[in-house]
Design a protein around this ligand. Structure first.
Ligand SMILES: Nc1ncnc2c1ncn2[C@@H]1O[C@H](COP(=O)(O)OP(=O)(O)O)[C@@H](O)[C@H]1O
Ligand SMILES: [Mg+2]
Length: 219
């Protein structure tokens, strides 16, 4: 099993301000599977994604990725996980403004130490970014920036791709074509995909759907 999250809990704040966001959430995902995670705003979708991606640690519970427990990793181990095993596509793109498109695409792969120029060129080509490689992010449209963000995430060939409302800032047609491309590329690499989305159309394109409510995950 690629991802096996069991009985995950996470709270923020303390005393009167304490919010129990996750109260025993379970998620499993196999290689080659695509999974949509839906839930109301504030239900904890991003929190769960961050825990799976090693960007934060659960209070209790277990998050196994390829059999290794995220929670048992030290900072260096979590950093290695983020660089090579798990790739995250953020809603706000998070491109590096001072780097050209080509270097943004290469960034994660360089950190992971597994840069593959031919694969990066193929990603740029498939994402329609070949003409944009010498430009800076601010010179691109929103749809182009999101395609750069997806190419950057896929460049190190992560085994598990996490995407947090990746098309939330795009119009419906652009969102659809960007997602179709992302699904094709993810399926070509054999990775697992966990996507947080508000779009019923996008959710229906995944092989499984889960819903987060009251801190737990249901079918
Ligand atoms: N770092 C944090 N510190 C304090 N509260 C947080 C933090 N991250 C998330 N929360 C709270 O946890 C709840 C779930 O947030 P989030 O996971 O972003 O929900 P969703 O992505 O489903 O909209 C919200 O009430 C939010 O305010
Ligand atoms: Mg969110």
């Amino acid at each position: 099993m690629l991802l096996q999250a069991t009985n995950v809990t996470k709270s923020f704040g303390s005393g009167d301000a304490r919010v129990d966001v996750l109260r025993g959430a379970d998620v499993t995902l196999d290689r080659g599977e695509t999974l949509a995670l839906t839930g109301e705003s504030g239900s904890g979708k991003s929190t769960l994604l961050h825990l799976v991606g090693g960007l934060d640690t659960p209070d209790t519970g277990e998050i196994l990725i390829n059999g290794t427990d995220n929670g048992q990793l030290d900072d260096a181990g979590r950093a290695a996980l983020r660089r090579g095993v798990v790739g995250v596509v953020f809603q706000q793109f998070n491109l590096i403004p001072s780097l050209r498109v080509a270097d943004n695409i290469a960034f994660q792969a360089r950190l992971a130490g597994n840069e593959d120029a031919a694969w990066q060129a193929a990603l740029a080509n498939r994402m329609g970014l070949t003409e944009q490689l010498g430009k800076y992010p601010e010179q691109l449209s929103g749809g182009q920036q999101q395609r750069v963000a997806i190419a950057r995430t896929l460049a190190p060939r992560p085994k598990l791709v996490l995407a947090d409302e990746p098309t939330g800032n795009l119009d419906e047609d652009t969102a659809q074509s960007v997602m179709d491309l992302m699904l094709d590329l993810v399926s070509e690499t054999g990775a697992g995909l966990l996507i947080v989305t508000h779009s019923a159309r996008l959710a229906s394109a995944m092989s499984r759907r889960l819903h987060l409510t009251a801190g737990r995950v249901a079918e």
